[in-house]
Write a protein that binds this ligand. Structure first.
Ligand code: G4P
Length: 298
């Protein structure tokens, strides 16, 4: 992202990013990427498109690629499967994981090996003894990088490298005889050219809520729910959600939840926060905010 990257909320509030942090994170990734065989990018299964930073395709050019659809426990299983297929069709090796409970995490070794099969075969033919595959975890903030590393590495992991006379600088975590992980994940800044992507990233807490208007977020969420999860709003808030006017629905939520200002005017900001909190705490159920571009049927 460049210095001028920003998104605009309503009333043209401009959101500025932090080019200094981004440049540093990118530099760190560029240095690390030289040392690894495979990049394991962690996506949030609730927003598999917006949580993927397209810059990484350039950064990881020539490396094997694995995508993990993390937080699958919070996402819609049917849509997660559709996203897995979507990215597999694009040539990625994809796994569905829940880093919090560890479900699917161990199987990542196998997925990494599959992704690197070509190298393994090549080395074998040349008679080169296979050293553990070296992987780097990357992803946008809050996608679950640290949680995944802790779960994947477990308690029994051993750190290698950084020993005097061995390697200077980088620390490797030995997962098993087949895989080593760089202990510092690559932080990818969320990238968005349009406001919708920015809002989706905000839903999952990757950017600070303060920089977006809650009403923008709530209205986007309502539109998705009306379209992809009909019935949920009526069920949760006992409102008439047959109208597809998102503003009216937000007003009804505010009314039902007693989000009122002086003079009985509805406090739309408060109502928005109720809805966003309910989404984040799974009170609306397991919801995926994005559908793969090719999938039209619900
Ligand atoms: P990061 O390094 O990419 O920034 O993300 P981190 O691991 O810190 O995870 C961000 C939040 O997401 C954490 O919650 C973490 O517990 C949660 N998380 C990670 N993976 C999963 C998953 O597969 N399922 C679910 N449900 N949650 C996951 P937190 O509220 O910030 O911390 P905590 O209260 O859980 O400790």
């Amino acid at each position: 992202m460049s210095k001028t990257d920003n998104i605009k909320g309503y009333e043209n509030k401009t959101i500025n990013w932090y080019p200094g942090h981004m440049a540093k994170a990118k530099r760190m990734m560029q240095e690390s990427i030289k040392l690894i065989d495979v990049v394991v990018e962690i996506l949030d299964a609730r927003i598999p498109l917006s949580s993927k930073n397209p810059d990484i395709d350039e950064l990881a050019n020539g490396k094997y690629r694995v995508l993990l659809l993390n937080k699958s426990d919070m996402a819609d299983d049917k849509k997660t499967d559709a996203w897995k297929k979507y990215y597999e069709d694009k040539g990625f090796f994809v796994s569905i994981v829940n880093s919090k409970t560890g479900a699917g995490v161990k199987a990542t070794t196998e997925v990494i090996q599959k992704a690197c099969q070509e190298k393994i075969e090549r080395d074998r033919k040349k008679g080169i003894l296979q050293r553990p595959l070296r992987a780097m975890i990357a992803g946008i903030p809050n996608s679950g990088k640290s949680t995944f590393i802790n779960s994947f590495a477990g308690k029994a992991c051993t750190k290698t490298g950084n020993k005097p006379g061995v390697t200077i600088g980088k620390q490797w975590i030995r997962i098993n005889k087949n895989v080593e992980l760089l202990d510092t994940p690559g932080i990818l800044w969320p990238k968005f050219e349009d406001q919708k992507t920015g809002l989706h990233i905000a839903f999952i807490g990757s950017i600070n809520d303060d920089i977006l208007y809650p009403e923008d977020m709530a209205l986007e969420l309502i539109k998705i729910l009306i379209n992809d999860y009909p019935g949920i709003l009526k069920e949760r808030y006992d409102i008439d959600a047959s109208d597809d006017d998102a503003v009216k629905i937000l007003e009804s939520i505010g009314q039902k939840r007693g989000c009122l200002k002086k003079g009985a005017e509805i406090d739309m900001e408060k109502a928005s926060k109720v809805l966003i909190d309910d989404f984040r705490s799974l009170k609306l159920g397991r919801i995926t905010l994005e559908v793969p571009p090719e999938v039209t049927e619900k």
